[in-house]
Design a protein around this ligand. Structure first.
Ligand SMILES: Nc1ncnc2c1ncn2[C@@H]1O[C@H](COP(=O)(O)OP(=O)(O)OP(=O)(O)O)[C@@H](O)[C@H]1O
Ligand SMILES: [Mg+2]
Length: 341
């Protein structure tokens, strides 16, 4: 592990046990998050993003089994920490704005009281008045009048609840904020403002952030690193500039084609035909094999390992040919051919 990593995930496997078998939602995932860095986690619906994030905080249901690998936070192995042991870390060191963030608020208590309590549990020396003032400052930062701290959750609109949870996630200035599609419930203008504030704040107190999103433009605006996930595995991890501009993995090439406007190119949108693999019976080799226009026999039988190239990591058997494949991937027909094959 490098000294600069606040979080290190090594070969993590988190599988849901179901009647039909294990769902391999997170399957041999390794990832290193440096201090003071924003990482974007992207990938199609159902590829395991939320499962991976919840694994970090131990908030997965008991049906989700840890079947290998480790999680190290700030130099401490927290893989076997219980939900209870995680209390000292949750909100305080790692906080999460979840996809259903609004459920994080207790309907029976005023929102301000909930935030003050969160502060006082972790910062015993802070008195109630100071905690309330601190909460008020964060409410202002997310664009809510601090007078509204006296309200109950039902008095808030959906977007306001979302912003209140964002304030709660930031208030203790944790080392890592996990934001799982934090702004999907908000309108576009507010979305942009909130992301900008999250970013500024993270820069101010030098924390790290993981932003889970379907929106590559959010990654481009807020993150310096990006991890591309597919079918329970990471396909490519590296600096945003490199991965979005010159991806090395065919899946990331396909995603890039889906967002050409972001990179200032005038081209038609190409989406990757087909659908993600069954995670109970995934393909034997590469998870992307069924949809990859460049697949070979080896891809069908052997799982590609993550390999470094320049400053990024890619799991593809044809990594050495990436430049040529990138050229080919620009042609829409190559993706369509695969679908009709
Ligand atoms: N409680 C559960 N029991 C069984 N399978 C589950 C459970 N929760 C999630 N899964 C499965 O795990 C896989 C990954 O789900 P996850 O929610 O992590 O995806 P995601 O990438 O966050 O998707 P989205 O972008 O739609 O939020 C999916 O195949 C999903 O069906
Ligand atoms: Mg999710």
């Amino acid at each position: 592990m490098t000294n600069s990593a606040i979080l290190q995930i090594d070969h993590l496997k988190m599988h849901f046990k179901t009647q039909a078998g294990y769902v391999r939602s997170v399957d041999d995932v390794s990832l290193s998050l440096p201090h003071n860095t924003n990482l974007g986690l992207v990938g199609e619906s159902g590829c395991g993003k939320t499962t991976l994030m919840k694994a970090l905080l131990k908030i997965l249901p008991p049906t989700c089994h840890h079947r290998g690998g480790s999680i190290t936070f700030d130099g401490t192995d927290i893989t076997d920490y219980s939900y209870k042991q995680m209390q000292a870390i949750r909100w305080n060191k790692i906080s999460m704005i979840s996809q259903s963030a609004m459920n994080a608020l207790d309907p029976a208590y005023r929102i301000g009281e909930q935030i003050v309590e969160t502060i006082r549990i972790h910062r015993r020396s802070v008195n109630k008045k100071a905690a309330w003032d601190h909460a008020a400052a964060y409410f202002e930062m997310v664009g809510i009048n601090p007078d509204r701290l006296k309200d109950y959750p039902h008095q808030f609109s959906g977007g306001m609840k979302q912003r209140a949870v964002i304030a709660m996630a930031m208030v203790l200035e944790p080392d890592i904020i996990i934001a799982d599609e934090p702004t999907t419930a908000l309108d576009v203008v507010i979305q942009a403002q909130i992301l900008e504030r999250l970013k500024l704040l993270q820069e101010k107190y030098r924390g790290s952030m993981i932003i889970v999103t379907h929106d590559i433009s959010v990654v481009a605006q807020t993150c310096s690193l990006v991890a591309v996930m597919y079918g329970g595995k990471l396909m490519e991890v590296g600096p945003v500039n490199q991965v979005l501009k010159s991806p090395n993995h065919p899946y990331a090439m396909g995603l890039k084609n889906a967002f050409p406007s972001l990179l200032g190119e005038k081209k038609s949108l190409i989406s990757i035909p087909g659908s993600p693999p069954d995670l109970i019976h995934p393909p034997t080799g590469c998870r992307f094999v069924e949809r990859c226009p460049f697949e070979t026999d080896k891809c069908r039988v052997q799982v590609p390992e993550m390999q470094p190239v320049d400053s990024s990591w890619t799991a593809c058997h044809r990594l050495s040919e990436a430049e040529a494949l990138r050229q080919e991937a620009e042609d829409e027909n190559i993706w369509l051919k695969k679908e009709t094959a």
